[in-house]
Design a protein around this ligand. Structure first.
Ligand code: 1GP
Length: 248
């Protein structure tokens, strides 16, 4: 079986990709699988599994099994801490929150989790995680010095540092439920500077949001809240923008 990172690389060669974020505390049991089935039908690349509260390894394992039953999409853990880990998943974003004030989120949690990740046989995908204002809940929990929406040079500095440290992806995040996505001009500058893929999430709710983020140069987009608020059908127009850029 090819690694998830390899499959991602191959898929990115055909154009941008989409991740469907599922919070296993809010989308329980069978609903996680049903959502994954729709996400796959619309062309999403993978399920990102994570949430900021109420996460347990059991909920993560249940949701993963449900997704695997209903779809062939890989399940990638989007971790909030050691309680997010389950050996049922295919991979995890092994992230460092680069603009946190607290070294715990930069490297200590990762050091605590690393041996467990190895024991579970999870594929770690090294990610430089950057929180852009307003940052929402994850900005608070991660004690981030949120990058100002107009401070492109700070964003580019962190992103390039991630690349130079050997990370495989940069994830620029406005925070789940943000009123607006990461600004287009910042995405443009990030994309221009980087030679590793750029993932963008937070506040993408409509086809037009997706279109501007993709137009600015995002290689991958993440959506979560829109499905919780508007249902699975809300993915269709967003994925339509992704498919259009993949030539289908
Ligand atoms: C999670 O930012 C993403 O990292 C998802 O954001 O919930 O706003 O889609 P939304």
């Amino acid at each position: 079986m090819k690694s998830v990172a390899r499959r991602m690389e191959e898929s990115l060669a055909h154009g941008p990709i989409h991740f469907t974020l599922i919070d296993p505390d809010k989308t329980r049991g069978r609903s996680a699988g049903e959502l994954a089935r729709e996400a796959e039908r619309f062309g999403s690349f993978a399920i990102l599994l994570g949430g900021s509260t109420g996460i347990t390894p059991e909920k993560m394992a249940d949701a993963t099994r449900s997704v695997h039953r209903e779809s062939t999409l890989p399940v990638i853990i989007f971790p909030q801490g050691p309680e997010s880990l389950t050996g049922e998943a295919d991979a995890l974003l092994f992230m460092s929150l680069l603009n946190s004030r607290n070294v715990t989120h930069v490297i200590r949690l990762q050091a605590r989790a690393a041996r467990h990740v190895k024991k579970l046989g999870l594929e770690p995908i090294p990610v430089g995680y950057l929180i852009i204002a307003p940052g929402m809940k994850v900005g608070e929990v991660g004690e981030a010095d949120c990058i100002d929406r107009s401070d492109h040079s700070a964003a580019v500095g962190y992103a390039l540092a991630a690349q130079f440290l050997g990370m495989r992806l940069v994830y620029a995040e406005a925070g789940s439920g943000a009123p607006a996505p990461v600004p287009g001009p910042m995405i443009r500058d990030l994309k221009q500077a980087l030679s590793i893929p750029l993932m963008v999430g937070g506040g993408i709710r409509t086809a037009s949001d997706a279109s501007s983020v993709l137009e600015a140069g995002a290689d991958a987009i993440v959506t979560g809240t829109v499905v919780e608020e508007d249902g699975k059908e809300a993915l269709e127009p967003i994925l339509g923008e992704v498919r259009r850029r993949r030539g289908g």
